[in-house]
Ligand binder design. Structure first.
Ligand code: FES
Length: 275
């Protein structure tokens, strides 16, 4: 349940924030609006010790394919190089921070920043600098300028059953351990076959990111708000369902299990009526 900030909440830390005495079932509105908390989330969650979904492996099948995405607020490029290897890097030019890739997806020989045309390989290594040696002996980069020191910031990736995940953390465990056995088995079961992308749909929701994360764990609203579930009997009251949490409670699966015919209420009614 969401609550307005309580006047008796005493300062407890640098954020002047104290969790309500009722415990974790009370999430103060401030969690969804405070810019300082948001800043810390970007640093500690999205740029911290977490694996983030980047794209599907099949979305970049050919050498030179790239897709752009975000990790939190950080713009990201995911590429496939000529050896078939997938790379991810921050989509900010090493020169002055401009976006290097502007499209959602494309196929390119290399990555070129539109601002001053610095050129990067598909692995994010800097290859070329416009006017590096100046013009007619004038200007240019200093002699000790080293292209190896000015690459696009790399992001560690792992392909898990066709899903490309990325992380800023060097210490985090592999994706399967991160997800835990209960969560990983659902991905394995659903993605143990070749995938074909039929299309994509995206929607921008203007709210704090946690509202959507929290909404996905709120099965209470499912049949009340999304009435197509009941209209088309996708979800019925005689179905078993629930939410499974990983050990650390970071991940979840929400499920509904189809009722067997023998267990269905109307089957019982029919048997009674015909007896
Ligand atoms: S900002 Fe990219 S080349 Fe200058």
């Amino acid at each position: 349940m969401l609550t307005a900030p309580h006047p008796s909440s005493a300062p407890a830390n640098a954020l002047n924030f104290k969790w309500p005495a009722e415990g974790i079932a009370r999430a103060p509105y401030r969690l969804f609006t405070d810019p300082e908390i948001y800043k810390l989330e970007q640093e500690r969650i999205f740029r911290g010790r977490s694996w983030n979904y980047l794209c599907l492996d099949v979305e970049i099948p050919k050498a030179g394919d790239y897709r752009t995405t975000v990790i939190g607020e950080t713009p990201v490029i995911v590429t496939r190089d000529h050896d078939g290897e997938v790379h991810a890097m921050v989509n900010r030019c090493a020169h002055k921070g401009a976006l290097v890739c502007l499209k959602k997806q494309d196929n390119v020989a290399s990555l070129t920043c539109v601002y001053h045309a610095w050129n990067y390989g598909l692995d994010g290594q800097l290859k070329g600098v416009a006017f590096r040696n100046g013009l007619r002996g004038q200007g240019g980069m200093p002699n000790d300028f080293d292209v190896a020191k000015h690459r696009l910031q790399p992001i560690r990736t792992q392909n898990f059953y066709g899903i490309v995940f990325g992380t800023f953390s060097d210490e985090i465990e592999d994706v399967e351990t991160y997800l835990g056995p209960d969560m990983a088995q659902f991905i394995k079961r659903n993605l143990d076959r070749p995938l074909c992308v039929l299309g994509t749909h995206s929607q921008t929701i203007h709210n704090n990111w946690k509202l959507y994360a929290e909404n996905l764990r709120d099965s209470y609203h499912a049949t009340l708000l999304h009435t197509f579930y009941t209209t088309f009997k996708v979800n019925r009251l005689d179905m078993d369902g629930g939410i499974i949490l990983s050990d650390e409670k970071w991940h979840h699966v929400s499920f509904a299990r189809r009722a067997k015919l023998q267990e269905a209420a109307e089957r019982g009614d029919t048997l009674t009526a015909s007896a």
